[in-house]
Design a protein around this ligand. Structure first.
Ligand code: FAD
Ligand code: MG
Length: 308
């Protein structure tokens, strides 16, 4: 079957886009590997009407509603390769089966690169977080530790002072200028220079000097990169943001490859379920528009090409 659109990534962004497209009675194949970025967290916060709901429940409910539309095909699996061009793309899944579509929408999300500290990865989404708006409130104003990860850590430490008392654990990962030190002091942030040995218990940070610093919760500014290698293999231009790498898109969700669109975390920052759903809904309408008016399928300029 030749689909109007193949959506790669069936989480919040991909499903929000798909909803617009199937409501226009367009045929959509969603291919989803089921590894949402927030799968490590028990509850999702800050998404209007769904505050405190388990992230998998929000996704499952959305999928149930989508599956009532007859033009939807859902495939659990991984897209391994995309070839062809506008109106005749082929997406090959891990089982080796080729799928044809006129447009590609990438909603593949990002992966978090975590600081390499013993005990951190197991606590990711449970006691170690990155987004204060998502998980700050639940710490009940208990003491917060910021695991130093780079230049953004100073900003993160300052921001978190609006939730509680904050300690910045520099851990040789943050360069503190005199100005940054003064700002942090003004905000009442405690600065810990000793290296971290590991994280124990709920969120107890064991320092190499033998001290154990207990926290209600920890935050760290992760660097994000597009999940997997698909977007790079497809030749989509990437761009650097303060949070990491993302696919370059224009206001119409177009990438640098004609007929290939992108939405959600992989295409825009900052990252949250609300923002990704909004961007996905917009992408669905833009992809639909490109099917109706094919002359609008002009890709976003590559930076180098634009400059020369
Ligand atoms: P994702 O949800 O990451 O989904 C991408 C999907 O694409 C996945 O299902 C993946 O398997 C699939 N995929 C990737 N590559 C392929 C491929 N090649 N083939 C097929 N499928 C593929 N936000 C909030 O608003 N509130 C919160 O409380 C909150 N808590 C969070 C907690 C943690 C620990 C983390 C890390 C993030 C949290 N977020 C929260 C942010 C939120 O998870 C993201 O903003 C959101 O998931 C982005 O949605 P998305 O659809 O763009 O990508
Ligand atoms: Mg998605």
């Amino acid at each position: 079957m030749h689909h109007d659109v193949i959506v790669i990534g069936g989480s919040y962004a991909g499903m929000a886009a798909t909803l617009q497209l199937v409501r226009a009675r367009r045929s959509v194949l969603v291919i989803d590997a089921g590894e949402r970025r927030n799968r490590f967290a028990s509850h999702s916060h800050g998404f209007l009407g769904q505050d405190g709901v388990p992230p998998g429940e929000i996704a499952a409910n959305a999928r149930r509603q989508l599956e009532t539309y007859p033009t939807l095909t859902w495939l659990e699996g991984r897209a391994e390769a995309v070839s062809g061009q506008v109106d005749e793309f082929t997406v090959t899944t891990s089982d080796g089966v080729p799928h044809q579509g006129r447009r590609i929408l990438l909603a593949t999300g990002v992966a978090d690169q975590l600081p390499p500290i013993a005990g951190l990865a197991e606590r990711w989404g449970k006691a170690v977080f990155h987004c204060p708006y998502c998980h700050g409130y639940e710490l009940g104003q208990g003491r917060i530790g910021i695991i130093g990860a780079g230049p953004l850590s100073v900003h993160q430490a300052e921001l978190l002072t609006d939730w509680s008392d904050v300690t910045l654990l520099v851990n040789s990962a943050v360069e503190l200028s005199q100005e940054a030190r003064a700002t942090l002091e003004r905000r009442g942030v405690t600065i810990e220079e000793a290296p971290i040995d590991r994280i124990d218990g709920h969120a107890d940070v064991a320092m190499t000097d033998g001290r154990l610093l207990p926290f209600a919760g920890l935050f760290t500014a992760t660097r994000t990169v597009p999940s997997g290698s698909l977007v790079e293999a497809m030749g989509c231009a990437l761009e650097e943001t303060p949070l990491g790498m993302q696919v370059r898109t224009d206001a119409e969700n177009k990438t640098s490859v004609p007929g290939v669109f992108a939405c959600g975390d992989v295409a825009r920052a900052p990252h949250s379920v609300s923002l990704t759903v909004g961007n996905g809904a917009m992408a669905g309408a833009q992809v639909h528009r490109s099917l109706l008016w094919p002359e609008t399928v002009q890709p976003v300029q590559q930076e180098k090409a634009a400059a020369s």
